[in-house]
Write a protein of this length. Structure first.
Length: 170
């Protein structure tokens, strides 16, 4: 009887050890899968963050190289006039858009538009003297480089340096 008791006890202990081993192995595999998925998610998030940062750095670089804001020479010039870059952009944009309401379109665009004439849509300030603008008459479009001067009284003088017309028929 004693032998069979020890035999049953050994079998029971072996079964418990087997169950613990199998459950431990499953738990370990489950944790490994979770760790692997978290590592993958972290890698993808890190790549997305790096991509976003590179786009931001590129945009900052592009904006600082040819821009009114972030250009120390242009900002110093405007500071000496008692103006800041944001204020100058608003004044010049308002003046350009105000010229759009003239009969025949904006006079800074050296082309004759069909229908209502050419109107300036958007601007990109290159520095404290030049602005690049795109224009359209709803049929054709183009770009114009405009030189502007602004004085302490916030009066703006503008002249067209060069214009380029894209025609969909060509």
């Amino acid at each position: 009887m004693r032998k069979s008791f020890y035999l049953y006890l050994f079998i029971f202990a072996a079964l418990i050890a087997l169950v613990i081993y199998v459950n431990g192995r499953r738990y370990h595999e489950k944790l490994e899968n979770q760790v692997q998925s978290l590592r993958t998610e972290l890698y993808e998030t890190d790549q997305a963050r790096k991509d976003a940062l590179s786009v931001q750095v590129k945009a900052d670089y592009e904006n600082s190289v040819f821009s009114l804001k972030g250009n120390p020479e242009a900002e110093n010039y405007l500071y000496n006039l008692g103006l800041d870059a944001f204020e100058v952009e608003l004044i010049v944009k308002d003046q350009l858009l105000e010229l759009n309401i003239k009969e025949g379109g904006n006079p800074l665009v050296p082309y004759v538009g069909k229908g209502r004439g050419f109107r300036i849509n958007d601007t990109k300030f290159i520095n404290h003297k030049w602005v690049l603008a795109n224009f359209t008459d709803n049929d054709r479009w183009g770009e114009v480089l405009i030189r502007y001067d602004i004085n302490k009284e916030k009066e703006v003088e503008m002249e067209t340096i060069k214009a380029l017309l894209f025609d969909k028929d060509r």
